[in-house]
Write a protein that binds this ligand. Structure first.
Ligand code: HEC
Length: 171
C-alpha cells in the first residue's frame, strides 16, 4: 500500500513538473511574440490633420490596428503593395494619394471622417476589401486618423478644405 502511494505522489509530481515546463515554454513564446508585435510607438506628440489636432495615443493605436488589419493589403507605408495585394482582383488603394471613390465630397475636398469610417466598417466586398463592422467605433476612428497621416493631403494648408466637412470635430 505504502509504495503505491509513493509512486502515485511521484507520478503526480512528474506530471506537475512536465505541465510547468510546458507552461513555461508557452509563456516565453507568447511573451516574445508580444514583444515582436509591439514596435516603439511612432507618434510622440499630437499631429494636426486637416486642421484638427489628433492625439499621439489615438495615432499610435490607429497604427497598431493598421498594421494588424490593413498592412497585408495596403502595405506598411500605405502604397497598396502589401504581401496580399497581388492576389486581389483589384489593387488596394494607394492611401498616400488621399483620393477615394467612396467620398461624398467633390474630388478636391478631403473625405470626411464619416466617409472613411464607413469604408472601414463596410469594406468594399465586391472589390476584395473586407469590412470591419466588429471593430469598436473608437478603434475605427483611430485607424481612420492614422491613415490620414499616410497622405500629405491632410497636412496641407487648410485651403485644401473646400467644404466644411472637416470643421473642427471635437473628438
Ligand atoms: C484583403 C485586402 C484588404 C485589406 C485587408 C484592407 N483593404 Fe482597403 N482596400 C482593398 C482594395 C482591393 C481596395 C480598392 C477597392 C476599389 O478599387 O474600389 C481598398 C480600398 C480602400 C480604401 C479606399 C476606398 C475608396 O472609396 O476609394 C480605403 C480608405 C481603405 N481601403 C482602407 C483600409 C483600411 C483602413 C483597412 C484596415 C482596417 C483596409 N483598407 C484593409 C483591400 C484591402
Amino acid at each position: 500500500m505504502a509504495w503505491q502511494s509513493v509512486v502515485r505522489v511521484a507520478n503526480t509530481k512528474a506530471h506537475q513538473t512536465a505541465g510547468w515546463q510546458h507552461f513555461r515554454c508557452w509563456g516565453v513564446l507568447t511573451m516574445s511574440m508580444a514583444c515582436a508585435e509591439a514596435p516603439e510607438p511612432r507618434f510622440a506628440a499630437a499631429v494636426r490633420l486637416g486642421g484638427v489636432e489628433v492625439s499621439a495615443d489615438v495615432l499610435n493605436q490607429g497604427e497598431r490596428l493598421y498594421r494588424r488589419y490593413c498592412a497585408s493589403c495596403h502595405g506598411e507605408d500605405g502604397s497598396g503593395t502589401g504581401a496580399m495585394a497581388k492576389q486581389l482582383p483589384f489593387p488596394p488603394r494607394d492611401l498616400r494619394t488621399g483620393q477615394f471613390q467612396t467620398a461624398s465630397l467633390d474630388a478636391d475636398a478631403l473625405p470626411s471622417d464619416d466617409d472613411l469610417e464607413s469604408i472601414v466598417r463596410d469594406g468594399r466586398p465586391a472589390r476584395g476589401m473586407p469590412g470591419w463592422a466588429g471593430l469598436r467605433p473608437e478603434d475605427r476612428f483611430a485607424v481612420v486618423q492614422f491613415i490620414k497621416t499616410l497622405s500629405p493631403r491632410w497636412q496641407a494648408p487648410n485651403d485644401a478644405l473646400k467644404s466644411d466637412a472637416l470643421k473642427s470635430r471635437d473628438r
